[in-house]
Design a protein around this ligand. Structure first.
Ligand code: HEC
Length: 175
């Protein structure tokens, strides 16, 4: 007796999905490397760079390797949302344009995200098995991020004149 309703609902849903296919999200298909990428401002050991590229660049650079099914909506829209959000927070292709303070903070966040196993996103590694970092790769990236966090802070401090109130400010700065 209710089957008529379900049938109508099914047709409506199908129509929505069909119409959605006409709205393909704008793709992140720029170049991951360039004059402002992270390598232009920080030393990145080859092993760490490889890990960044295989596990992070799809969401944190100007170039995403899209799986075939992203042509299907709303799957592609959901994925694009993650890319836009991730890239907005941290973009390795534009890292050189960040202020020293922001660079240092991002390095600290990278170590933190890895230690807490929050990155790469689990919804991503579920499908991209090769993006899972093993313990060695993780440790290498954490050590690299912590080292650079300190180096950037030291360098920025040296450039910012040795005024004593400068140092006092540093601790109160909001992240
Ligand atoms: C599938 C997409 C995706 C992948 C892959 C990914 N991230 Fe993210 N990342 C995001 C999104 C989305 C956010 C913002 C929302 C959040 O914090 O959960 C984010 C946030 C971050 C932040 C926080 C930035 C800030 O200042 O708050 C850091 C750091 C980060 N990611 C590092 C990494 C690293 C390192 C990798 C690789 C090991 C990685 N991410 C892989 C999507 C991704």
């Amino acid at each position: 007796m209710n089957s008529g309703i379900f049938k109508k609902l099914g047709i409506v849903l199908l129509a929505i999905v069909v119409v959605l296919q006409f709205f393909q999200p704008i793709k992140n298909d720029g170049s991951a490397t360039g004059p402002n990428d992270i390598e232009q401002t920080l030393a990145v050991p080859p092993a760490v760079l490889t890990s960044l590229k295989t596990s992070c660049y799809d969401c944190h650079s100007n170039h995403t390797e899209y799986p075939w099914y992203t042509v299907i909506q709303p799957v592609g829209m959901w994925l694009q949302h993650h890319v836009n959000e991730g890239k907005g927070e941290l973009n390795f292709s534009e890292f050189k344009t960040y202020t020293a303070k922001r660079q240092a903070h991002k390095m600290e966040e990278i170590a933190e995200m890895l230690e807490e196993n929050e990155m790469p996103l689990s919804s991503y590694t579920l499908i991209h098995k090769n993006a899972v970092l093993n313990e060695t790769q993780k440790a290498e990236m954490i050590a690299w991020a912590k080292l650079n966090h300190n180096l950037i802070k030291q360098n920025a401090g040296a450039q910012l004149a040795p005024a004593s109130d400068e140092a006092a400010h540093e601790h109160s700065e909001a992240h």
